[in-house]
Design a protein around this ligand. Structure first.
Ligand code: NAD
Ligand code: UDP
Length: 316
């Protein structure tokens, strides 16, 4: 008789979203049983359609602000709208997802003994006064601005993760994710790479906010997923927070010019007002990830943009 091997049972909240769907795909390739939990607020069935017939894959429509009773060995807590347009649409729900959602998923981890990973964000640094940002930096966050529902929600989630770890001995992992991009980004989520590609492909002017001198550092999604899986598999003592992202910094104006060139578009560039509390610079210090995860991004911006442009061309 064949040996009966039990697969790892992995819950991915927000699994029908952009990063979550790539994570589900990777975990299925590793032969884990994947339960994707999503309320489809910004996620789409289309993101997971390719593996919906995989017997190791299951999908549940559920809002994590309500408790969930299932069995699990690992939980990746990614559920939360990530783009400013979406998280500001219903800011109270955004904070609830970060705070009540984390409490529910931490409770699930506590009951099942699962290791739980939180998708935190570079936004916990706010508009940083330190460059590049290391994990030791406490941030510069406006607690009452338009971005606060997300920034403060994610900061409170980090607090909860560390308190469940200290108070209940729960194995937790906190990933501070910096701007990530790639196929399956929502075409209308207002993030800069999806906006610029959609605009370039439809011949519309690319909307650069402000002068476009603000910088971001963009990580391709497969690199990010690899880092998340490595972090989940570290020893229990390693909780993070740990910065995950690509340290190569690009100005938004340069990005617009690059996308126009790569798409061969005739689009022009228009300048629009800079949104409130828009960080001026953002670049991760990933020394800790290099050292503890033996990880660094491998996909260069030009290559990642090519794949992303190809994906958006396919949607047209
Ligand atoms: P996304 O919006 O594509 O995915 C979020 C998913 O969570 C969606 O499928 C959405 O439907 C689901 N969701 C939202 N609220 C929910 C709730 N209450 N219950 C159940 N499901 C819910 O965003 P993404 O870019 O894939 O981001 C995934 C995670 O990574 C988020 O937690 C985000 O804060 C974090 N993150 C992303 C980036 C980035 O650049 N993409 C940067 C930093 C942090
Ligand atoms: N941005 C822009 N044009 C757009 C969308 C965004 O110039 O059409 C700018 C935005 O002001 C910010 C940067 O691009 O400075 C990244 O924005 P995004 O919403 O992608 O992510 P975040 O601000 O959360 O890093």
């Amino acid at each position: 008789m064949k040996n009966f091997v039990l697969n790892k049972r992995v819950v991915v909240t927000g699994g029908a979203g952009f990063i979550g769907s790539h994570l589900c795909e990777r975990l299925l390739a590793d032969e884990s049983e994947v339960l994707c939990v999503d309320n489809f607020y910004t996620g789409r069935r289309g993101n997971v359609i390719e593996f919906i017939d995989n017997p190791l894959f299951e999908i549940s429509r559920h809002d994590i602000t309500f408790p969930l009773y299932i069995e699990a060995d690992e939980i990746y807590n990614l559920a939360c709208p990530a783009s400013p347009v979406h998280y500001q649409y219903d800011p109270v729900q955004t904070t609830k997802t970060c705070v009540h959602g984390s409490i529910n998923m931490l409770g699930l981890a506590k009951r099942t003994g699962a290791t739980i990973l939180q998708a935190s964000t570079s936004e916990v640094y706010g508009d940083p006064e330190q460059h590049p940002q290391t994990e030791a930096y406490w941030g510069n966050v406006n607690p009452i601005g338009l971005r606060s529902c997300y920034d403060e929600g994610k900061r409170c989630a980090e607090t909860l993760f560390m308190d469940y770890h200290r108070q209940h001995g729960l194995p937790v992992k906190i990933a501070r994710i910096f701007n990530t991009y790639g196929p399956r980004m929502h075409p209308h989520d207002g993030r800069v790479i999806s906006n610029f590609i959609v605009q370039a492909l439809s011949g519309e002017a690319l909307t650069v906010y402000g002068e476009g001198e603000q910088t971001r550092s963009f990580c391709y999604v497969t690199d990010m997923v690899d880092a998340l899986v490595r972090l989940m598999n570290t020893p229990d003592e390693l909780t993070g927070p740990i910065n995950l992202g690509n340290p190569v910094e690009t100005s938004i104006l340069e990005l617009a010019e690059r996308i126009i060139e790569l798409t061969g578009s005739a689009s022009s560039i228009v300048h629009k007002p800079l949104p409130q509390d828009d960080p001026v610079r953002r670049k991760p210090d990933i020394s800790a990830a290099r050292q503890t995860l033996d990880w660094e991004p491998t996909v260069e911006l030009a290559e990642g943009l090519e794949h992303t442009i190809e994906y958006f061309r396919g949607l047209a």
